[in-house]
Each structure stands twice: as C-alpha cells, then as structure tokens.
Design a protein around this ligand. Structure first.
Ligand SMILES: Cc1ncc(COP(=O)(O)O)c(C=O)c1O
Length: 364
C-alpha cells in the first residue's frame, strides 16, 4: 500500500469557509465570516505596528528559541522562560505533545463533541483515542475517568470547549486530577481563556505550581486577533518542555509572529475592547435568539452553539447564499446545530436577520 493505513482512515479537518472563496463561488460582494472564532476587530494594533517595523527583516530566519517572546510570556504569567514551548498555532503543539509523550500502545482520553484536531492528529500519529459522550453539552469528567486505563498517557480537555462553549469548573477539575493515576498527563487547551467571565473557572497554572503533570495550551489566534500568523504556546514544567522542544521544527514560529505576539501581550486596550465586544454581543444574540424561539447553549467563549431544529448543513448552505458564513456541526455529531462566532454588532444583526429568514423558508 502506498499510503499508510492510519492516514487512509483520517477524516480530515474541515476549516471554516474562507470569505474570498465564498465571494467568488456565489458572486457575492459582501460576505461576513462568523465560522472560525476569529477576532472581528482585526489584529491587535500594537501587533500590527510591530509587524510593519519588522517586515524588512524577513530575509533572516527567526529566532529558533523565541527568546524575547518567551521572556515576555514568563513575565506576563509569573513563570520562567523554561516553562514555554512556542508553536505554529496551538494546533502544532497538540502534535508535539502526542509525539513527545505517547508510545505506540498508549491511548488518549477525551470527549465527544470537542475540538476535532485531538483525534485527527492522534490518528495521523497512529495513536488510539477513547471518548466519552458529552453530558448537557459539557465534558463528563466522571465518564472520562472510567475510560482511563493502564495505557492512558494523555487527557485532552478543551476548557472552554469548542464547539459547545461550556466549561468544567475548578471544583470538577480538582476532583478529577486527584483521582487520576500517576503518569497521566492532563492537557488543558485554553484557546478561549481570555473570554472567561465566571468565578469558578479553574486556575490551571496553580496545578503547574503544585508540580502536577499538566500542560496548558494557549493561542494568539482568538483574543489577540493573530490567527493568520499562527502563534500558540504550551506551558509546562521545564523537564517536560526540554523534551517537547526536541520535537518541534527549529523555525516553527516565524519572525513576524514572534514580534506580533510580543507586542500583543502589551496591548491591554485591545484586549479590553475585544472582551467588551464579545460579552455584549453574546448577550445581544442570546436575547434575540430567545425572541425567535431558538434554544442555544450558554457559552463562556466567543461563539454560541445554536439549535436550529433543522439539518444544519442545509441551514449553513442557505445562509451562505445571503453572504453569512457560519459553521454547521455535522462533523461534530451535532446535526441540527450551527456554531456562530460573535462578530461586530453589525455582523451579529446580519447573522440574526439571515438566520430568521432561512429558518422561516420551507426548504431547510
Ligand atoms: C479548542 C481549540 N484549541 C486549539 C485551537 C487552535 O488554535 P490555533 O489557531 O492556535 O492553532 C482552536 C481553534 O479553533 C480551538 O478551538
């Protein structure tokens, strides 16, 4: 066989539909994309200025160690530079973690209805994944614990979870971590932590300080508006970091991403503005959806899972014709649901208008 069996078995990740492609295919002038949980305000302005200042340096390779960015992250989070691995988006770090820690006969435990890359990247690496069903759209940690066996090496927890927007509390995590056998590494994927507005969200860094075997993944793609540059980081104990550093490519984080990340960490105004926009936009969409008689899942992230009561692929296609890109949840096993990213107020209004229109049409 030319192609590896595990590669043949992969169900590839389907990204949000790009704006330009939609315009071209449907002959539309105006298209809004609320499908990939990006920042609707654009990139952090401080990051943008830093990129412009650094453009003439791109004939040089980037700093393979990411010295300044790690130093800045360490200061930002009260840790040391040795606690960080930088990645080409946090996606790459999922791969790095699997390659660093897992033997061929070991498995991963995670949930159904979660970020698909855990399973896809595990499959590509020939590693087994065990999943428990969601309970009320939330990770069911008790059920996950029952799946843990002698061969379990990694546990992936997206917190908040994508695509549901739900989270596991600090109490649930405390109990879960205490019950885990030695030698299991818990990966907290906190891509959306900047949007949290609840008091009982876990302080995952405190587990690192207690010397628990954990890895935290974060990204500049969402709140900082740098998805196109590809920049994420893993936080872990220095002993683990050393080995993860062996796996990543030497120049995995490009020069512009490094300077942009550095500047974005100091852009508090932008972060505040983004948070306000998301929290207000979410409240607005909740209210309007309720008025339309639609149910949705309460989210602590920058997106909402909406029950359309109809085949979400049809709803997606119909909305596309009106220039609104959302995400249908077929691939996640949530048939009637769409996931919508909170946009600007203008985009949110257009989304609601178009959703109302397509749901009252006969077809979907
Ligand atoms: C839960 C979760 N983890 C990781 C990622 C990947 O982010 P990045 O752009 O840093 O690769 C995403 C992106 O949507 C996500 O939703």
């Amino acid at each position: 066989m030319l192609i590896r069996k595990s590669v043949l078995a992969v169900n590839p990740y389907i990204p949000g539909k790009p704006i330009e492609e939609t315009k071209r295919q449907l002959g539309l002038k105006e298209v809004i994309k609320l499908a990939s949980n990006e920042n609707p305000l654009g990139p952090s302005p401080k990051a943008l200025s830093a990129i412009k200042r650094s453009l003439s340096g791109v004939n040089r390779y980037p700093d393979a160690r990411g010295f300044y960015l790690k130093k800045r992250l360490a200061k930002f989070l009260g840790l040391s530079s040795e606690n960080f691995v930088l990645g080409n988006g946090s996606d790459e770090l999922i791969d790095v973690v699997i390659k660093t820690f897992m033997e061929a006969d070991e498995n991963i435990v995670t949930s159904e209805g979660t970020f698909l890359e855990y399973e896809i990247i595990a499959q590509v690496n020939d590693r087994k994944v065990k999943k428990s069903p969601l309970r009320n759209f939330k990770y069911d940690l008790e059920a996950m614990l029952k799946l843990v066996d002698k061969k379990t090496k990694l546990i992936f927890i997206a917190n908040p979870n994508n695509p549901t927007g739900t989270y596991v509390t600090k109490y649930e995590i405390a109990e879960f971590i205490n019950a885990l056998p030695e030698g299991v590494v818990v990966v907290f994927d906190e891509a959306y932590n900047a949007f949290i507005d609840v008091d009982d969200y876990p302080d995952s860094l405190s587990y690192l300080k207690k010397k628990k075997k954990i890895i935290i993944l974060r990204t500049f793609s969402k709140a900082y508006g740098l998805a196109g540059l590809r920049l994420g980081y893993a936080i872990a104990a220095p002993e683990l970091v050393t080995y993860m550093e062996r796996i990543r490519q030497p120049f995995n984080v490009n020069l512009l991403a490094q300077v942009a990340g550095l500047a974005a960490l100091g852009d508090n105004d932008f972060l505040k503005k983004t948070r306000r926009l998301i929290l207000e936009g979410k409240d607005f969409i909740y209210r309007e959806l309720s008025q339309m008689g639609l149910s949705y899942v309460f989210s602590v992230a920058n997106f909402i899972l909406v029950d359309t009561g109809k085949d979400s692929r049809e709803v997606f296609k119909s909305m596309l014709k009106f220039g609104v890109i959302v995400r249908d949840m077929e691939q996640y096993g949530l048939r009637n649901f769409i996931r919508v990213t909170i946009g600007t107020q203008k985009e949110n209004k257009k989304f609601l208008r178009v959703l109302g229109k397509v749901l009252t049409e006969d077809k979907p």
